[in-house]
Design a protein around this ligand. Structure first.
Ligand code: ZN
Length: 253
């Protein structure tokens, strides 16, 4: 019996190139945007205390889990995530300058963003660097259906995908940190929660069971995420091809 070699997690699709990319499981461009020089504040790693963030050098968080060709095919996902976070970077200094209030909305492709979160989750699951939830059985591997969704061959299953976990009226903070917390259920990895500069998002690859957290309002595929102060509103309009927004509200009993 031979030890399995680390390989491209999309190898089942065929068409792998010979070299594995030196992939950052959070897109390098996003890490650069959030970084302070060469380091970025990250949380959720296997060896970290839960809820803690730590400054890590960007180049220390790579893994060879995807071949160069499949990584290249997924580059539009990285670009779209970068566009979202560039919006955040533009927003905070503008809010901090009340002498010049302006309201605006940027458009971001919601499905590309969702698939970027799935790419991040697949990278984390393959690399073993981010802490996997204890509920996930050893030997779990990425289902073929996830790979089909990731590469745009299949739609996101109903009621799965991007969920906004912040409540309307939440106070936004300009904290520059990225926290990645995969979660599981019944032995399977189900999704990932991501804290990105104060915005709390989750990707569900199985429909979520309510309640997620007491009195937490969740929105599936939000159409708009808007930040405001007394003088202006700034935010993103998320485009979805299915045009629908499902809202799931948890009511405390
Ligand atoms: Zn490949």
């Amino acid at each position: 019996m031979t030890t399995p070699q680390r390989s491209c997690y999309a190898a089942g699709r065929g068409g792998c190139s010979s070299g594995l990319s030196r992939e950052h499981y959070v897109s390098r461009s996003v890490l650069d945007l959030f970084s302070d020089g060469d380091a970025v504040s990250l949380g959720g790693f296997a060896w970290m205390a839960k809820g803690k963030v730590k400054d890590l050098p960007i180049d220390a968080i790579t893994a060879r889990v995807l071949c160069e060709e499949h990584n290249r095919q997924l580059s539009p996902l990285d670009s779209e995530a970068l566009r979202l976070f560039q919006t955040w970077e533009r927003m905070y200094p503008e809010f901090a300058n009340p002498a010049n209030p302006s309201s605006w909305t940027e458009r971001v492709d919601g499905e590309l963003l969702e698939r970027w979160m799935l790419k991040t989750l697949c990278g984390c699951a393959s690399s073993g660097v981010v802490a996997m939830p204890e509920t996930v059985r050893p030997g779990w591997h990425i289902p073929d259906t996830w790979i089909s969704v990731l590469f745009g061959d299949a739609p996101m299953p109903a009621n799965c995908g991007l969920y906004l976990l912040s409540e309307p009226g939440d106070q936004a903070t300009a904290e520059r940190a990225i926290v990645i917390e995969p979660f599981g259920l019944g032995g399977e990895l189900v999704g990932v929660r991501m804290e990105l500069n104060g915005l709390s998002l989750a990707l569900f690859m199985d429909p979520p069971a309510l309640p997620l957290e007491k009195r937490q309002l969740i929105t599936c595929r939000p159409a708009r995420i808007v930040f405001y102060d007394a003088q202006s509103e700034k935010g993103v309009h998320l485009g979805w091809t299915d045009g629908g927004t499902l809202r799931a509200r948890y009511s405390p009993s």
